[in-house]
Design a protein around this ligand. Structure first.
Ligand code: NAP
Length: 248
């Protein structure tokens, strides 16, 4: 099993959903995890408590990662506290779904800022310290919507496709410093982000998933833990699709 002993990891948006699951799995595998949150302190503290009650190490850090100050502070607190940063998981994300005719420019800006700008800002802050140590694993959580597109999600799909282009470009930039940059593209996973999708859409989705079910948070977490490990040392610029076969 993939071990992450002595690794220091940041998971952005780890107070809920997929991020919380990734943080818990990385900690189970031996990493010390910085659980980033923005507006849910109680939920973030509950994630930290769960990790520590199972013998792991974690710290909750508030930061709006879509702002330069927040992203820089998150990385600074981590390095000041633990002396290094080995793993960055850019997971924080949001949606503002609507048909393009009804979508407001602000819905576009918020989604691009929360999903894509945060990934760029946190990675920029992280590579500075990773380059010095000549080691790093960056994993960006994109989406199948960024590959196949999805009606009602022109803003979200653009942000997630942007993350894929970003992943490949940064992978080329930092490979010589022993830093890998990969993406995980989940299909549909039941979280706060997807719980309010209309029933007619969700029932149609099930028909289009060859493995016959929605993804579980752990399905995404296992893939992320693998890409964060030394066993994935020769993989970079890759997009690992975790969608039950939906988009093949
Ligand atoms: P979620 O349950 O809504 O959780 C979103 C997380 O992002 C929360 O922890 C939230 O923290 C955090 N966040 C949002 N804005 C932030 C900001 N500016 N700074 C710091 N943290 C911020 O969503 P999820 O379903 O777990 O999604 C996680 C990631 O997976 C997203 O990137 C999403 O696009 C991607 N994804 C999800 C699915 C799916 O089906 N669920 C499919 C494909 C991809 P606070 O509550 O503390 O603000």
């Amino acid at each position: 099993m993939t071990q992450l002993t002595d690794k220091i990891a940041i998971v952005t948006g780890a107070s809920r959903g997929i991020g919380a699951g990734i943080a818990q799995l990385l900690a189970k595998r031996g990493a010390t995890v910085v659980v980033n949150y923005n507006s849910s302190p109680d939920a973030a503290n509950a994630v930290v408590e769960k990790i520590t009650s199972e013998g792991g190490k974690a710290l909750a850090v508030k930061a709006d990662v879509s702002e330069e100050e927040g992203a820089n502070e998150l990385v600074k607190v981590t390095v000041d506290t633990y002396g290094k940063l080995d793993i960055l998981v850019n997971n924080a994300g949001t949606t503002r779904d609507n048909l393009i005719m009804m979508m407001k420019p602000d819905d576009f800006d918020v989604v691009l800022k929360t999903n894509l700008r945060s990934t760029w800002l946190c990675s920029k802050a992280a590579v500075k310290t990773m380059m010095r140590k000549r080691y790093g694993r960056i994993i960006n959580i994109t989406s199948i919507s960024g590959i196949a597109g999805n009606g009602g999600q022109t803003n979200y799909s653009a942000s997630k496709a942007g993350i894929i282009g970003f992943t490949k470009s940064l992978a080329r930039e930092v490979a010589s410093r022993n830093i890998t940059v990969n993406a995980v593209a989940p299909g549909f996973v039941l979280t706060d982000l997807t719980k309010d999708l209309p029933a007619d859409i969700t029932s149609k989705l099930n028909d289009n998933i060859p493995l016959g079910r929605w993804g579980a948070i752990d399905d995404v977490a296992y893939s992320t833990a693998f890409l964060a490990s030394d066993e994935a040392a020769y993989i970079t610029g890759h997009v690992l699709v975790v969608d039950g076969g939906m988009a093949m």
